[in-house]
Ligand binder design. Structure first.
Ligand SMILES: [Zn+2]
Length: 364
């Protein structure tokens, strides 16, 4: 095997490994943390109800990601490829769905993500659930809304280069939104004060998307700079995830990146928590301030078990360095969204790759 073929082979190996891990936006840890923390910013009229159901609100913060590979039309609710519409398009895109459909057509919009518009739709659903005093729906939609607001605060959810795949930074998606919070968020300051009424929730959503999109440059640039100056054999390490030895960004590299970003991940998490609380509160006001303390004792809706669809399996794999299988409500595992089987597939290839080219720089 010639030198060029070896190089090609190893590039392929590494690409396979990098592509083996679908992502879940903010990581499960951060999504749950965000929904939970938002409860504590609610006013006295709301906090009792939300606190009584805080476990539900927390655990179900990731329902939309559980549906992502199983429900048609779900995946596109989690992102917006703002740059697909050209430079500075983020400032010009129609803020209202009907206007956007008129300008671009629904199919084109869905292809590039509909997060800002659909997040607003979820907000409207919450208002209706509160008006109807439908306890099950209030809880389910509040949890969903927290998730979607979380997603629009992740810079890489607003660009076509969502996993650094266009700039040789494959894996950066999960690095930013999962690895950093999982390692460092325990020290973050999540006291964000009380919820505020949003005069224009629709535009507040777009403001959040714009701020996220404006951060894309630094998310990519600082990783690139760091990568150039960091010992390559210290960039990754291996951790056991769900019984599988999984390649992850090393603690040293993660902390260095966090410092280079000057706490950007913490700031975005704080903004998310604030906005989730603001949106829950605003929905309650617009619903006429229903008494949430007398909704009866119905149990919250159980999230349905979703069977993954073959055709949705490979939709937008964002990569999150492998988090292991995603447990469903009943503790079972969904086959398609698990990362383990795919890692098992790619791991022997890496080993083979290292065997045939033992003097390659180690990846761990
Ligand atoms: Zn998501």
């Amino acid at each position: 095997m010639g030198k060029f073929q070896l190089l090609l082979w190893c590039t392929l190996c590494l690409a396979l490994i990098a592509s083996s891990e679908p992502g879940y936006a903010w990581g499960f840890y951060a999504h749950k943390k965000i929904n939970r923390q938002a409860v504590f910013s609610l006013p006295p009229e709301m906090i009792g109800f939300f606190k009584a159901n805080i476990t539900y609100i927390t655990e179900n913060a990731v329902n939309p990601d559980r549906r992502r590979y199983a429900v048609k039309g779900e995946a596109e609710k989690h992102f917006l490829d703002a740059d697909a519409y050209g430079d500075s398009a983020i400032y010009l895109l129609p803020r209202y769905w009907s206007a956007a459909v008129e300008q671009y057509g629904e199919e084109h919009l869905r292809e590039h993500g509909i997060a800002p518009w659909s997040t607003y739709q979820t907000f409207l659903q919450l208002i209706r659930a509160m008006q109807a005093k439908d306890k099950k729906a209030i809880l389910r939609i509040s949890a969903d809304l927290g998730h979607y607001i979380g997603d629009i605060h992740v810079p890489l959810h607003t660009t076509m280069n969502y996993n650094g795949q266009l700039t040789g930074q494959y894996g950066i998606h999960g690095f930013w939104e999962s690895r950093i919070p999982e390692l460092l968020a325990e020290d973050y300051d999540f006291l964000i004060g009380k919820a505020d009424y949003l005069e224009q929730p629709q535009l507040a959503i777009w403001d959040a998307v714009i701020r996220s999109h404006e951060a894309v440059d630094s998310v990519l640039l600082f990783e690139k700079q760091l990568d150039a100056n960091f010992p390559q054999n210290k960039k990754f390490s291996f951790e056991e995830r769900g019984g599988i030895n999984t390649r992850v960004y090393s603690k040293g590299f993660t902390i260095a990146y966090h410092q280079a970003l000057q706490g950007q991940v913490e700031r975005q998490m704080r903004s998310t928590i604030k906005m989730v609380a603001d949106m829950w509160y605003t929905a309650w006001i617009l619903a006429g301030q229903p008494d949430l303390n007398n909704l009866g004792d119905q149990a919250p809706l159980e999230e349905e078990e979703h069977e993954p669809l073959e055709e949705l399996k490979n939709i937008r794999n964002e990569g999150d360095q492998g988090k292991g299988p995603i447990p469903t409500q009943k503790g079972k595992e969904l086959p398609v969204v698990t990362t383990s089987s795919r890692i098992q597939y790619s791991w022997p290839i890496l080993q083979r790759c290292l065997q045939i080219q033992p003097h390659l720089p180690p990846v761990a």
